[in-house]
Design a binder for this molecule. Structure first.
Ligand code: NAI
Length: 337
């Protein structure tokens, strides 16, 4: 029986790369029943809501979504899309794999970043501090790290390593300065790591040194786990090691749903021109197929996709070619055999 999946094509280049992805999955024979929903500006246009209840209800039903990039409207009265999704589905684990397809500056990068998605500095607890007559003399942002949140994300990283036959987990922190919040994360990480001793190696890195090690010798890293802000920054750095945003997929796993997406945004500068690279969303869809148990098709799509890129004959502009989104999609489909 076909697996129901919520499809949110998104804004900007979203509809075009979503169409490309749906075509590739159909050509591969993926047994998926798409429930098309809107969000972002498309949600505002139809329901005056960037994250309409109909879309949330669909994800509650299917528990799996593939999401194109969304434009969050600026202005009062609109809910933040990502916050609404993370809260509703408790999407605590953001997983971003990046690997070398075409050797460039680095030849053997294969890193999976596991970022805590619900805590840290991104909880949105901020305020200005009035001093004298100046209401905005200072500003304060609060970072909350909990034992529960740290335990489940570090455990997620170790379980991911075991399930995907990976050898090492690197925990990234700043406990030397932020002794309480980052210290708690590190303490919990060390405790969980002991449970996996003998099965998965464990190492620790301080965030600033990690940023340097990543650009010096990224091949040494395998699974990396860290808190929200550090994960946000490191995941873009890591995508830059392997060819940029057009090849960077991401997945958000929670207790009640999983949402798969490209790391990039709506790319308004190239929207509607049929030149966007659908790669990141295609690779996100492969992660989705893995998640719903169709690893065979995920692997054949990845092989066709990587083959097309290695071939170098039909590439979109961001990868140095001149082909359109449609031509690139056709080339991947042709390789599916
Ligand atoms: P962006 O990722 O949309 O674009 C940055 C640069 O990368 C642009 O030059 C763009 O043309 C290029 N690019 C991005 N994806 C590409 C692709 N698939 N193929 C070829 N080139 C690609 O970032 P920007 O411009 O900062 O954000 C634009 C909008 O996207 C904003 O409204 C932002 O809020 C939204 N956004 C949404 C995200 C999401 O829904 N997950 C994530 C990031 C941004």
């Amino acid at each position: 029986m076909a697996t129901p999946v919520t499809l949110i094509p998104g804004d900007g280049i979203g509809p075009s790369i979503a169409d490309a992805t749906v075509r590739i999955l159909a050509a591969a024979g993926a047994d998926v029943e798409w429930d098309r929903q809107v969000a972002g500006m498309a949600g505002v246009a139809r329901w005056n809501d960037p994250i309409p209840d109909a879309t949330l209800d669909s994800i509650k039903r299917t528990r799996v979504a593939l999401k194109g990039p969304l434009e969050t409207p600026v202005g009062d009265g609109f809910r933040s899309i990502n916050v609404a999704l993370r809260k509703t589905f408790d999407l605590y684990a953001n997983v971003r794999p990046a690997y070398t397809i075409v050797p460039g500056r680095f030849n053997n990068v294969d890193i999976v970043l596991v970022r805590e998605n619900t805590e840290g500095l991104y909880i949105g607890v901020e305020h200005y501090v009035k001093i004298g007559d100046d209401p905005k003399a200072a500003a304060e942002s609060v970072a909350i790290i909990t034992r529960h949140g740290s335990e489940r994300i570090v455990r997620y990283a170790f379980e991911y390593a075991i399930a995907h036959n990976r050898k090492k987990v690197t925990l990234v922190h700043k406990a030397n300065i932020l002794k309480f919040s980052q210290g708690l994360f590190l303490d919990v990480g060390r405790m969980i790591a002991r449970e996996y001793e003998g099965r998965v190696q464990f190492e620790e890195r301080i965030i600033d040194a990690m940023a340097m090690h990543l650009v010096m010798r990224p091949e040494q890293f395998d699974v990396v786990v860290t808190t929200n802000l550090f994960g946000d920054i490191l995941s873009d750095e890591i995508s830059g090691l392997v060819g940029g945003l057009g090849l960077a997929p991401g997945a958000n796993f929670g207790t009640s749903a999983a949402i798969f997406e490209a790391v990039h945004g709506t790319a308004p500068d190239i929207a509607g021109k049929n030149i966007a690279n659908p790669g990141a969303l295609v690779l996100a869809a492969c992660m989705m197929l893995d998640h719903i148990g169709d690893r065979g098709r995920a692997t054949s799509i990845r092989n066709a996709f990587e083959g097309t890129i290695r071939d170098g004959l039909v590439l979109t502009r961001d990868l140095g070619g001149t082909s359109t989104t449609d031509q690139f999609t056709d080339a991947v489909i042709a390789r599916l055999g």
